[in-house]
Design a protein around this ligand. Structure first.
Ligand code: ATP
Length: 211
């Protein structure tokens, strides 16, 4: 996201990609405007929060009209840097890494995995989902200096060492899918997604907090 634009609270910023995806679908279906109630039902965020979020970037919906879909979409595109392609790298082409390479993210937004790295000789030099796999030993020499985001899907015991190398090479954001809690300098952002913890939490909530 661009930092020179309106300063929005982090909680709002986190919801922007969600809004963006829904608005893209609306736009694709030819819809010109949307109410906060409609948005609320679709993205499962209460409408007061949506109105407050949108007010941060000057989108003031009109009563009985709602929000202009084109306006919102171009705002989000700009804010989320969707006019430019953001290249990311992936380290660890195991089962999860392979799934991400096949999925790639360009289907939903302008983010693309440019290169993947692994230490397994049988994987190095091959391509998965159109993405070439390189030797992690060569990482520092071949990393595109424009790339500042890395997806980490290695075994957890390897995660910290690799994170240190990523940071030294100029990576500023790590999407960490390993169970390891990473220590990084304050200037680096780590988003941690532990799928088994999420699943356990869901099961626990279903059991103890039935809807
Ligand atoms: P697979 O069955 O392909 O090994 P997996 O997801 O069960 O997949 P993991 O042991 O989690 O395997 O490893 C994920 C990937 O990370 C593998 O491709 C493995 O070769 C790679 N890997 C392991 N150690 C490192 C490391 N130190 N640096 C980079 N990649 C590593």
């Amino acid at each position: 996201m661009k930092s020179d634009q309106v300063k929005i609270p982090q909680a709002t910023a986190k919801r922007l990609p969600l809004y963006y995806r829904f608005l893209e679908n609306l736009h694709a279906s030819g819809k010109q405007r949307v109410s906060s109630t409609e948005l609320s039902e679709a993205v499962k965020v209460d409408s007061a929060t949506i109105r407050r979020d949108f007010s941060y970037f000057g989108a003031l919906g009109k009563k009985g009209y709602g929000y202009n879909v084109n306006y919102l979409l171009s705002f989000f595109r700009e804010t989320l840097d969707q006019n430019e392609l953001t290249k990311v790298i992936l380290v660890g082409v195991g089962n999860l890494g392979t799934a991400f390479l096949h999925y790639n993210f360009s289907k939903n937004n302008n983010t693309q995995i440019e290169m993947a790295f692994d230490v397994d000789e049988s994987k190095i030099g091959t391509e998965v989902g159109g993405v070439k796999i390189y030797n992690l030993d060569d990482f520092e020499n071949i990393l595109d200096p424009e790339v500042t985001v890395a997806i980490l899907t290695v075994p957890s015991q390897a995660a910290q060492k690799i994170a240190d190398r990523l940071v030294d090479a100029g990576i500023k954001g790590i999407l960490n899918f390993t169970p390891a809690r990473l220590s990084v300098p304050d200037s680096v952002r780590v988003h941690h997604i532990d799928l088994s913890v999420e699943l356990q939490a869901l099961v626990y909530f279903l059991k103890h907090y039935p809807l």
